[in-house]
Design a protein around this ligand. Sequence first.
Ligand SMILES: [Zn+2]
Length: 76
Amino acid sequence: MAIYYSCKHCGVHIGKLDVASVDSTSLGFDQLSDQERVEYISYGDQGDVRVKSICEDCYEMLRRNPDLHALDTFIQ
Ligand SMILES: [Zn+2]
């Protein structure tokens, strides 16, 4: 079972985490609100988990341009 992290802004693949089982508590998912869970986490056919995160490039861009935070997908 694997957890895939990708950037929610540019879609770049950030990383993959192999886990024995997906435990939402140990992954910190329980700290997200229901809305955030729906927004950031999805489940694949094989039981793998896809997490939307942010890559270093986009993080850096948002840090320099905080106004862009309002735009969910500023890179098309
Ligand atoms: Zn990105």
